[in-house]
Design a protein around this ligand. Sequence first.
Ligand SMILES: NC(=O)c1ccc[n+]([C@@H]2O[C@H](COP(=O)([O-])OP(=O)(O)OC[C@H]3O[C@@H](n4cnc5c(N)ncnc54)[C@H](OP(=O)(O)O)[C@@H]3O)[C@@H](O)[C@H]2O)c1
Length: 276
Amino acid sequence: MNRPTRRTRGDISRAPDHVLITGSTSGLGRALAERYAAPERTLSLAGRDETRLAAVASVCRDRGAKVDVQKVDVTDAEAMERWVVERDQALPIDILIANAGIGGSAVVPSSSGESGPLARQILGINTMGVINTVTPVLPRMTERGAGHIVMVGSIQSAIGLPQSPVYCASKAAVQIYADALRRLLADRGVRVTSVLPGFVDTPMSRSLDMPRPLVWSAERAADRVMADVAKGARQSVFPWPIRLLVGLQRYAPVMVVDAVLRQSTRLGWANKDDAG
Ligand SMILES: NC(=O)c1ccc[n+]([C@@H]2O[C@H](COP(=O)([O-])OP(=O)(O)OC[C@H]3O[C@@H](n4cnc5c(N)ncnc54)[C@H](OP(=O)(O)O)[C@@H]3O)[C@@H](O)[C@H]2O)c1
């Protein structure tokens, strides 16, 4: 494989040299890392679990990629700044994927809602963790007029599910941040894509004690995200029937949406019992 020439302003026509991914030790992030792994490509992979980091790095190296791993918590803003800048200095990051997050049973509160500590943990990882990943690279990408920022949100950013109020809010914040940043950076050669998946078959969604309609495998979701990123899509939203339903509810009267979603708790999508 010939080494491609340097990326020009806003150019998405060729394969990336350097992809950085947070939350690459599991689920969607791991599937993305393994699929982006290719000869001549550098992957910078982060997570907290060193054993799983080493395992994904090994698979990616077997596929020919140069891999740098970092054990880092996305809530540690200073550590994230150091790592992202260091990786960008080593080789300009073409695609930065802020994917790390918590969800599943870990974010389902009791029927009285999230406790303060749980709410702060969810927002700290899912919202501030994304911002801590993205902000260090912004001045660097805008200065060179190239780069692609990908933020993994959720289809739940568009709908307030009673099963996970703060999780929905944490993802809605990511969605709005991505939209605003895309508009801000549009003339600076930097692209922004937000990813809004429905259910993906990962440890996160498997932890839920509830049905997962239209669930996709992590590999299928990763393929879709990569295809959307490669064509410079503003959003990567899947699967389409969930996208359609979520889109339609925006036009429905709030009292109708409230009534439907309240019924969802009776269909097995329950909150954790107060005593549980
Ligand atoms: N699965 C779904 O149905 C679904 C649906 C919509 C959106 N999403 C979103 O997709 C993204 C990936 O989720 P997934 O399903 O692949 O979940 P997963 O299998 O549980 O993986 C989550 C990843 O995030 C990392 N992570 C969590 N907290 C972290 C922290 N404080 N600092 C650094 N890394 C942290 C984990 O790393 P360690 O284990 O090494 O700590 C792990 O690699 C999340 O943003 C999630 O909200 C998932």
